[in-house]
Design a protein. Sequence first.
Length: 419
Amino acid sequence: MLTADHSDAKFILLNDYDDSDKVELGTGTVELKLEKDSKNRVKIVKPGYQPVIKEYNKDLKWDKEQRIALTTRQVDITAEPFDAEILVDGRVIGTKAIYLYVQKDRFLTLEVKKPGYMPVTKVYYNQPDKETPPFKDHFVLKDRQVRLEVSPADANVAANGITLGKGNQDIRVPFGDCVTVTVTKDGFVNYEKVLCNKEGDPEPPVRDKAVLEDRLVKITTAPNDAAIEIGGKRVGNGSYDLKVAKNSCVEIRVSKDGFIRYVKNYCNQANMQEPPASDFLEMVVDEAYTSSVSSDLANVRITVPVNPAHSPEAAWKILSSIITGYFDILETVDYNTGYLTTSWQVQNFQSSIIRTRVIVSSGGNSDQLAYAVKLVSQEAYLDGKNPVTVKDDERFQDWARILKKYDGLIQEIQARLQN
C-alpha cells in the first residue's frame, strides 16, 4: 500500500529500463502488486513538486504500508531572450528553460542576465512561513543596462539627475524610456548623453565610455563688474565659465577703467600646468588712471582764435609762455609759420607708459589770427617681455585721458588768447 503525503499526488508505474510512463496507478493511495522479474518502479508526481521515483524489488522484504513524501519544490523557469543565462546561487544552470528545485526548509536565489540587459533576481523559499513558490515563472529581460566606464576614475555619475556614485557605473535604461546620463568633476566640462530603450530607436550600447577631457575654469573677478574678453569679444562681466578644449590654450583679458588690464593664459596640454578648477582674478588699481582725467580735448585739434587786441608777436609770446609752463623742452619753434612742437614728456607707471606733447600750427581764416592746438596723449602697455621707449611709436595708442598735470592747458590758452 503506497500513500503520498499529498492526497492529490499521482502514482505512475514506469517501464523498467527508462522513465517512460507505463500505467497510471491512482491518486493519493494505491495498491501495488509486486511483479517478479520487475523493478516495480513507481513515480509520484504533483504540480509544483519534484517527482519522486521509488523501486520495490519483490525479492526484498517491505512493510506493507509505504508512505512517500514530496518535499522538494519544483519551479518551471523560462526566460527571454532565449540566450540569457539562468543562474542559481551564482552558478550558471542553463539558458531558455530550467527546472528549479528548492529543498525543504531551504531557499535559492535565481538570477537571469545577459550583457546589455538589466538582470532580474528572485528568491524562492520552501519554508512554512514564506510565500509558496509558483509552479511556473517566466522572465523577460526588457530593461537595458549600459556599463559606463568613466575617466577620470573619481568623476561623479548621475542618471536623470539622480547621483549613482563615482567611477564606473551600470546605467539602467527602462523599456520604453530614455535616460540622460551626466558625468561631472570639478575642473572639467560636463559629459552628457541620452540613452534610449524604445522600439525603433538604435539599441543602447552594452558598454560606453565617458572621458572628461575638456577643462572648465570658473573665473571670478574683483571688481565684480570687470569685462572679460576672449579673442577681442566680451564674454562676461565679473564671472565666466571658461572652457579649454583638449590640446588647446585660451587667453583671457580682464579690463575695467581705473584698473590694470589682466591677461592670463590657460592651457590644456600635456607637459603644461593644469588649469585650476576656479580662479579669482583680483585687479590692481591703475595709477595712470588715478593720475589722469577723462577729456574730450585729448588728441583733437582745437582752433583758438586770437583777440585782435593782441599783436601776432604778443600772441605768439603768450602762447609760448603758457606751453613752456607745462613742458620743459620745445622741439620745434617757428614763429614765421606759426608752428611749435614740444618734446615728448614721459611718465612711467606700473602697467603702462604715458607720453604727452603739444603741437601748435596756424589756423583759422586770413581775416583773423588763430592757432590750432593739439594736446597729444598716448599710452603704451607694458607686457613684461619687451621694453618700451618713447620712440616706439607702434607701441603707443591715443589715450582718451590727460594726465592731471596737463589738465587746464587748453583752457588757459583759450582764455589768455581770447581776452
